[in-house]
Design a protein around this ligand. Structure first.
Ligand code: AMP
Ligand code: MG
Length: 351
């Protein structure tokens, strides 16, 4: 099929193009669109065929549920079978925004959309194009990240185009996304809210609104590799570049020395080496191809650039990739969660 590429300025929404894209969704077709987190691949959440088409286009296992995107709080009430008090509180605090809530679903949402689960993930995104599209379509839009399953999530329309051109009906190019990491997922179906996927909205921010919050142990560091995560999607290999990515942690000067030593050896063996470094450290490496993910002191920048850098490593055909560690204070957990998965939890500790 031919993928129609729309170009829409988020500051000045072109109604005609939104209408055309919304029509595609109403007719059961798929349209990728920007949100503030990453690009999503949208289909009518009430249409099981559209959900099946999303799995097919992404090559995503059909037991990995989709997030339903809405443009008003009352749409959450429409599809939930019960809502705890925390739902309203969190929505008031963080919607529209990069937070997804898992609640018990009613019969309106088909099981195809929820990967067979009796719960549903719901988010009200904060992006003028996403909001206009949802509103105009009159649908709730099921939308996972608009990448081929297993690849880094798309933070620009070109990323989506590279993965899905010819497999979906439409793509709205609305420029680069802002945050660059997927939403925080909070499960509200048990007594205490639990973070199933860390994101820009962190544990402390959630706790200020609803009191104690747990974190699914499976999303934390390397020692928990064998625990089964509660969000099905967190079980799959993810975000992975084609090269063999390893994270090197420890004191900065030792990390640099270790990466430099390994890069020298790899290069001598004829292996193409990529290094993920920061503004502060990028000049310290004497071997390999260094890609800068941003300033270490600016964690928003690192979050924003991480997936693009992983994709660039693929484009450059890097075979071995070494990354510094980014355990930054506020969203470091979210950044490291993605990076650890991309590295299949291969971590080299230097003292
Ligand atoms: P993506 O939209 O590609 O970021 O993927 C959506 C994420 O939400 C995946 O990790 C899913 O497993 C997770 N998810 C969606 N619905 C549910 C649910 N009902 N329960 C637990 N996790 C969910
Ligand atoms: Mg995804």
């Amino acid at each position: 099929m031919e993928t129609k590429r729309f170009h829409i300025d988020p500051q000045q929404i072109d109604r005609e193009q939104i209408k055309e894209a919304a029509n595609i969704l109403r007719e059961g077709g798929l349209v990728a669109f920007p949100t503030e987190t990453v690009y999503g691949l949208g289909g009518d959440a009430m249409n099981p065929n559209a959900s099946n088409a999303i799995y097919a286009a992404k090559g995503r296992p059909s037991d990995n549920p989709l997030i339903v995107h809405i443009c008003e709080y009352c749409q959450l009430e429409e599809i939930a079978s019960e809502l705890p008090d925390a739902a309203k509180k969190l929505a008031d605090a963080f919607w529209p925004g990069p937070m997804t809530m898992i609640v018990k679903k009613n019969e309106k949402i088909p099981l195809e959309t929820t990967g067979g689960l009796n719960t549903v993930a719901v988010r009200f995104p904060n992006h003028p194009i996403a909001n206009a599209l949802i509103r105009e379509s009159g649908c709730m839009i099921a939308a996972p990240s608009a990448n081929t399953s297993g690849r880094p999530s798309p933070t620009s329309a070109d990323h989506v185009w590279n993965d899905l051109n010819g497999k979906i009906e439409g793509l709205i190019d609305g420029g680069e996304v802002k945050i660059g990491l997927e939403s925080t997922i909070v499960d509200l179906t048990e007594d205490v809210p639990m973070i199933l996927r860390p994101g820009y909205i962190n544990k402390e921010m959630l706790e200020e609104v609803v009191g104690p919050v747990k974190v699914d142990p499976a999303v934390l560091g390397t020692e928990n590799v064998h625990i089964k995560p509660k969000a099905p999607g967190m079980r799959y290999k993810h975000y992975a570049p084609k090269g063999n990515l390893k994270i090197v942690t420890g004191e900065e000067k030792n990390v640099i020395a270790e990466i430099d030593r390994r890069s020298r050896e790899d290069e001598a063996a004829g292996i193409k080496v990529g290094i993920i470094a920061t503004e502060e450290t990028k000049h310290a490496y004497r071997h390999g191809t260094v890609l800068c993910v941003g300033e270490r002191k600016n964690e928003d920048q690192i979050a924003h650039n991480l997936f693009a850098v992983l994709r660039e490593m693929d484009d450059l055909g890097m075979e071995n990739i070494y990354s510094e560690d980014f355990s930054t204070p506020r969203i470091g957990q979210a950044i490291m969660n993605r990076l650890l998965k991309a590295a299949a939890h291969q971590v080299i500790e230097v003292s």
